[in-house]
Write a protein that binds this ligand. Structure first.
Ligand SMILES: C[S@@+](CC[C@H](N)C(=O)[O-])C[C@H]1O[C@@H](n2cnc3c(N)ncnc32)[C@H](O)[C@@H]1O
Length: 245
């Protein structure tokens, strides 16, 4: 079933002042289009996530999608994982969860899914989990809270459980960081975003999306205790990392 989404025009009109980016109703309505045009290889990343999930998830366990937004990842996972695996989708945006619930219902998904409105800054208790996902979400948490959240996830995973992290990242030094960002904005232009849209969104995200370097994210996972940590995806300033407890 194809679920259509409205085109992202959130930053199309010039604004006098740019407020911090919010995952409110306006963004939730166009979110799927926003991600498909703003995240390089978004569809391929989702495909890889569900492929890796099949390697990691054990029957009868729970899978947590932290920052689930409109449920795109859970829809992909539903086709890949056994029926007796339960999904827990977590987000602190009620607007995203409404859209998520609607998308899952319209897809005809039969699986046991709990959607929870939780602010991850307060940490999370995860239970009977073989997999946790943070797809483009950790970057939105204030750095002060990241270590504790990763520790909570580690604690709640069973042995050999996994964490899949997808993040926007800084280049390892400022030289490559500049080049990667230049190529990223070219990518957005190719996908139809105007100079106004690119500039205004960049400003809106400035205090909200705080990327780490890839190696800083890797260190964060190793410090939490994960035994194996590897990169499964990299495109300029985006990366996917898989970690096993
Ligand atoms: C870029 S989106 C994630 C995209 C989604 N995982 C996907 O693959 O389509 C980030 C999500 O994290 C949520 N989020 C941001 N800060 C959060 C917080 N402190 N607690 C819970 N969710 C948060 C936002 O509401 C948003 O839905």
């Amino acid at each position: 079933m194809t679920i259509t989404t409205a085109q992202d025009k959130v930053f199309a009109e010039p604004r006098e002042a740019i407020a911090d980016f919010r995952f409110g109703a306006e963004v939730a309505q166009v979110f799927d289009d926003m991600l498909s045009r703003s995240v390089p290889f978004y569809g391929e990343i989702q495909r890889m996530v569900s492929e890796l999930a099949q390697d990691i998830v054990v029957p009868g366990s729970n899978v947590y999608d932290l920052g689930c937004s409109t449920g795109t990842t859970m829809l992909m996972l539903d086709r890949a994982l056994p029926e007796n695996v339960n999904f827990v989708g977590v987000d602190d945006s009620q607007d995203m969860l409404v859209k998520c619930e609607q998308k899952l219902r319209e897809s005809g998904m039969k699986r046991n899914v709990n959607l929870e409105c939780v602010d991850l800054h307060a940490g999370i208790e995860i239970k009977d989990a073989s997999l946790a996902l943070m797809v483009l979400t950790l970057q939105f948490l204030r750095p002060l809270h990241r270590e504790k959240l990763i520790a909570d996830i580690y604690k709640g995973l069973g042995d050999n459980g996994g964490l899949i992290l997808v993040e926007k990242v800084l280049g390892e030094d400022s030289h490559f960081n500049r080049l990667f960002i230049k190529h990223y904005y070219d990518y957005k232009r190719r996908n139809g975003y105007s100079e106004t849209e690119i500039a205004q969104k960049r400003e809106a995200l400035e205090n909200v999306l705080i990327p780490y370097k890839l190696l800083e994210n890797r260190e964060l996972l190793l410090r939490a205790g994960f035994r194996y940590v590897d990169v499964f995806f990299k495109w300029y300033n985006f990366c996917g990392i898989v970690a096993i407890k």
